[in-house]
Design a protein around this ligand. Sequence first.
Ligand code: SF4
Ligand code: SF4
Length: 325
Amino acid sequence: MKRFLDSFRIMLGGEPRRPGKDDFTPEARELHAYKRRPEVAKKRIAMIREEQENPVLVIKWRVRRWISIIIINLLFVVSFWYDVQLIEGALTASRVVGFHMADVNAALQVVLAYKVLVLNLLIGIVTVTIMWWIVGGRSFCAWCCPYHLLAEFAEELHLWLAKKGLVKDHPLHRGTRSVLYVIFVLLALVTGYTVFETISPVGILSRALIYGAGVSLLWVAVLLLIEIFYTRRFWCRYICPIGLTYGFVGKTSPVVVQYNLNHCLHEGKCIDVCLVPHVIDMTRKGRADDVIINVSADCTRCGRCVEECPTGALTFKIRGTGGLL
Ligand code: SF4
Ligand code: SF4
């Protein structure tokens, strides 16, 4: 229960806490002590060196996600242009083989703005909530959101420029997203207008793909420029309330990314690539209070850490079963 509540605190902007002396399970305490032995530490450092000298590029999960994002978004485009009535609408609200679907955050904005909840919208919210709950975490972000795909390439560019010393990351406080969440809720309630939807790059891109480019794409370009030259993953890390909404939706999902302290070398490659590194703080040396820990609510299930981890310390799992993939 403590871990469950703590994961919400961290998702809302709190910093991960270093576990106290009494927080460790006996197994975790024993394992940390074992890893501190000089001969074991020496072996661990040698393994990290070996791994750094012979890096292996794995992009299995990235390719799967990119295909998923492209196919989902293309389905709407093809359906509109060729009048295939299997899918109608856009990412924010659609009908798929007769089933109403609604982006949970967009639906919340609509309900607050118009102060009415029509049956089709309710069906859409429930369907989408169940769907994203099953796959868990913020899978919507990593597996469906068109902005995520662009932002990933912007991030690569940012990291490349940073390596050359041409740009520097300017992180914001993660709590900014929670404050903005409340502001967008209040704005919808008070103005009777879905303010967030007008500036959301998710809706803008989805509509642009389906109905054609508009001037609002300039806003998406501005966001990407900020991400390349000023703040790494500016929108998804610090602004977008959609991520927060799906973080709540997928918290108790059966699909998780699971951490195993036994296999971890603590070299930090996973933290370097993660959009939300606060969720894998336990991979830092001495931080895991248990041997097996499920990664918490804000995880997008992107699989980057799974790809990067050379020893399989992070893997996709279905709760209560063996490995997933
Ligand atoms: S945080 Fe928002 S923009 Fe970023 S991937 Fe998630 S839904 Fe898309
Ligand atoms: S913990 Fe792993 S799967 Fe989750 S967001 Fe970070 S890199 Fe992606």
